[in-house]
Each structure stands twice: as C-alpha cells, then as structure tokens.
Design a protein. Structure first.
Length: 121
C-alpha cells in the first residue's frame, strides 16, 4: 500500500481546489440557465467559504457544504432572469485562475515534502 503524505497546507490547498471547482460549477450552471425565464443567478462568497473550510480543518471536523445564495443587485430582464454573461465569464476566469494557482502551490508543497524526505540521502 502506498504511503500517503499530507501536510496541513496540502489539506488546505485541497479545500481551496474544491472551492474553486464549486465556484466554476456554479458559474457554469448560471451560464446554462441564461435563457431560463425567472432564473436567478446563484453564487458563493469564496473568501468566507475558504475561511470556514480552514477553521473546520483546524478543528478536525469536516467542512460544511458550500453555502450557495441568490446574488443580489443584478438587473433582471423582462422575463425575470438576471444572469449576465459578462459577469459569469469574469467569474469563470477567476475560478480557473484560482484553480491553476492552487495546483501550482500544491505541486510546490509536495516537492518540499519530497525534498525533506530525500534530504538525508
């Protein structure tokens, strides 16, 4: 059985990647519903969700699910739909950037662990 190496930072980065994925999925759902009459844009507060996930990890508990909410302050079209493709495109780009950043940081963390393991050799 292969050895599993985890650090506090790698656990937090895993949470970060999960949240970035959730944000991208929410954005994709909003984009898919751009022509659905009455559909309200859904979103999440990434920073708050990340803080909650870190707190749960520190307490040794499983983080609660992502809190999704209707986004306030958007202009609704006559059919009641308030999805803005410009806003969602920006959110998707931000989620992708977060994900790529998380992957890069996770690779560095694992490289640091490997370097520490091989330091005595």
């Amino acid at each position: 059985m292969p050895m599993q190496v985890e650090t506090r930072l790698s656990d937090e980065l895993a949470q970060y990647l999960d949240l970035a994925t959730s944000e991208a999925k929410l954005t994709a759902a909003n984009m898919a519903n751009i022509d659905t009459p009455g559909y309200k844009t859904m979103g999440m507060d990434f920073d708050t969700e990340m803080r909650n996930a870190i707190e749960a990890t520190e307490q040794g508990t499983t983080p609660a699910g992502v809190h999704v909410r209707a986004v306030d302050g958007l202009v609704a079209r006559p059919d009641g739909n308030n999805v803005s493709m410009d806003r969602e495109s920006l959110n998707l780009a931000e989620a992708q950037l977060r994900y790529r950043t998380g992957i890069t940081l996770l690779k560095r963390e694992y490289q640091n662990v490997l370097d520490a393991i091989h330091a005595d050799k």
